[in-house]
Design a protein around this ligand. Structure first.
Ligand code: ADP
Ligand code: MG
Length: 315
């Protein structure tokens, strides 16, 4: 539904979305999406978090019109994607997981071609501005095949922005990307979001989703396992694991620590998982010392994606 401002409350809405891939020579038949309901609010940075094979790219590719859905409804920027495919897709800039670009064009040519494809008049093109924003200004006349992997990735983002879409979708944007690029990419994405662009990104890193997204949907085996504001989701993960290396080493954990459910790991380290509200590292160290354990080294481990699934599925 469009509001009087011409802007919908929901950037993207999927209802009962399913996808079954038919068997091919390369792959067996597969039900990749089993009825996805997702409402992505305008203005959010929305994370689709899930392990490899969860169905994230399938979902994105259906939105992008690259994969045909089996059933369900998709509205993009308030426009039904079946009834008005061109209009709905014009609201999207999609950065696919795989880099695919003609190696014999220059970045500038690629952006101009894309702008032409979207029907952006010459006077409204932002080719140089976009290339500069993504740090490609000095490479705009180089051949794509001469660009590094990181530059190609940035060019993919640039390419998705030529028509100034209100929604930018990034499918695993940091897969195989170095730390430096990752940081500058996120910085730029945050800037776009601050200027009003709705961001949807997929990742299989909890940490990344946590850092970037205000709302996270967790998908696993083609179904939504959770969809919540990030702080709510993290509240469910209010535990950490303290890992200490006793020095001297111990072969058994003292009975006095039994109430903490400590685990003696194969490498000789003792791991104690604790609720962050109930215990603190400081108190646990006092307990360990009290049980005559001297600490050679210590670290804390945060829950990861695997733990999220366990927490979600164990109620
Ligand atoms: P993700 O992006 O979360 O890693 P995908 O959407 O790529 O997951 O894949 C979801 C499932 O669908 C996987 O089991 C994958 O092997 C399968 N799949 C993806 N593309 C095809 C295809 N073209 N044909 C058959 N199966 C596919
Ligand atoms: Mg994928």
């Amino acid at each position: 539904m469009l509001k009087s401002t011409g802007q919908p409350d929901l950037a993207i809405e999927a209802v009962g979305l399913t996808k079954t891939y038919a068997a091919s020579k390369k792959m067996p038949a597969k039900q990749a999406l089993k009825g996805i309901d997702l409402a992505i609010p305008r203005g959010s940075v929305f994370g689709l978090l899930g392990p490899n094979g969860a169905g994230k790219s399938t979902f994105i590719n259906i939105l992008a019109g690259l994969v045909n859905k089996t059933s369900g409804t998709v509205n993009i920027w308030g426009v039904n994607a079946d009834k008005q495919p061109r209009e709905s897709r014009a609201a999207l800039g999609v950065v696919p997981q795989e880099i695919n670009m003609d190696p014999f064009f220059t970045p500038r040519e690629i952006l101009e071609l894309m702008a032409g494809f979207y029907g952006v008049p010459s006077s409204e093109r932002r080719t140089d501005e976009i290339l500069d924003a993504l740090g490609l200004g000095d490479k705009k006349h180089a051949y794509v095949r001469q660009l590094s992997g990181g530059m190609k990735r940035r060019l993919m983002v640039a390419k998705a922005l030529v028509h100034t879409p209100p929604i930018l979708i990034l499918d695993e944007p940091t897969a195989g990307v170095d730390v430096e690029l990752r940081r500058s990419l996120w910085e730029y994405v945050r800037k776009l979001n601050a200027a009003g662009t709705t961001i949807v990104l997929t990742t299989h890193y909890l940490e990344e989703a946590q850092e970037m997204c205000d709302t996270i949907a967790i998908i696993n085996h083609g179904a939504v396992a959770a969809c919540e504001p990030t702080p709510n989701l993290l509240k469910r993960l209010n535990y950490k694991t303290l890992v200490v290396r006793p020095d001297p080493a111990v072969t058994v954990i003292p009975a006095a620590l039994r109430d903490l459910d400590p685990v003696l790991r194969k490498d000789g380290q003792i791991a104690i998982t604790y609720r962050t509200g109930e215990h603190s590292v400081e108190k646990l160290i006092v307990r360990l010392r009290g049980a005559n354990i001297d600490i050679g080294d210590l670290a804390t481990e945060e829950p990861d994606l695997e733990d999220v699934f366990v927490a979600l599925t164990s109620g």
